[in-house]
Design a protein around this ligand. Structure first.
Ligand code: ZN
Length: 275
């Protein structure tokens, strides 16, 4: 009787061991996932690795580790530069929040923008805003296309003025944070061609009568540019020097609304003034 019991306990233990063995084998053998992705940001991790935040077309925003990416000779090359458009292979681990990045291949190079100080400032703003507004693991095809289009246009035109304005405006629009552009958020008076006002502590647009002290003006031309942004693709809008101040006003208003909604200041925003 006693012997039988011992045998049963042994059998049970063996079963448990083989079960947990199977589970860990499954963890090790989890198949690699593949996604088209945009590199949002990377941070040094330990001596040799990099922590990478990326927006996968099929995975949403994910964080992972690129092992050995800080070594002089590494298998990632220039694929982990900010806003690089890549094909990524990674492995998810059941128990960890970070995925392991196995391989990255460059689909499209933005080398000119990434290596120029002035242009890279524009990329840094796109990177910071995307990182802050995109929820983790949520697929966002419109934001994926917006980031890609804006980055591509900075690279192609060698100027971030219009692309960044378009990016900020559409981020506000996609976030559902855009106020009405035709009437006052406070008194509902129609705007007409008069300048209207925006500020850091309100999410709306205000008429001359309702404006708060310290608010900045958004002129009629900037609102017309917003209408063009709504109906035309960025790469089909020809940038003329006369549009520069409208693009700036619209960018400033949009970044202000983004800051209002994420409830924090963008660290990269002031770099724009000096770039
Ligand atoms: Zn008003």
């Amino acid at each position: 009787m006693v012997i039988k019991l011992v045998l049963r306990v042994r059998a049970f233990r063996t079963e448990c061991r083989s079960l947990s063995g199977a589970a860990s084998a499954r963890r090790l053998l989890m198949p690699a996932r593949e996604t088209e992705a945009i590199i949002l940001k990377t941070f040094p991790l330990g001596e040799a690795d990099r922590l990478v935040s990326f927006l996968g077309r099929s995975s949403g925003r994910v964080r992972g580790v690129a092992a050995g990416a800080r070594r002089l000779k590494n298998r990632y090359g220039s694929t982990l530069e900010v806003l690089s458009h890549v094909q990524l292979w990674y492995v998810e681990k059941e128990t960890r929040e970070l995925v392991r990045i196995q391989q990255a291949e460059l689909l499209e190079s933005f080398h000119k923008a990434q290596s120029d100080y002035g242009l890279s400032t524009g990329l840094a703003v796109i990177s910071e805003v995307s990182e802050l507004v995109l929820p983790e693991h949520e697929v966002s095809e419109p934001m994926f296309r917006l980031i890609l289009l804006s980055t591509r246009e900075i690279e192609r035109t060698g100027d971030w003025a219009l692309p960044l304005s378009y990016f900020a405006f559409w981020t506000v629009r996609l976030g559902g944070w855009l106020p009405r552009f035709d009437r006052c958020s406070s008194c509902a008076a129609p705007f007409g061609a008069q300048p209207v006002f925006f500020g850091a502590h309100q999410s709306g647009l205000f008429c001359e009568k309702c404006r708060y002290p310290g608010m900045k003006a958004l002129h009629f031309e900037a609102r017309e540019l917003a209408e063009r942004f709504t109906g035309e693709r960025l790469d089909r809008i020809a940038f003329e020097p006369a549009m520069r101040s409208s693009a700036k006003e619209l960018r400033e208003a949009s970044l202000t609304w983004i800051e209002h909604h994420i409830e924090r200041r963008l660290a990269t925003r002031e770099l724009l003034e000096t770039a």
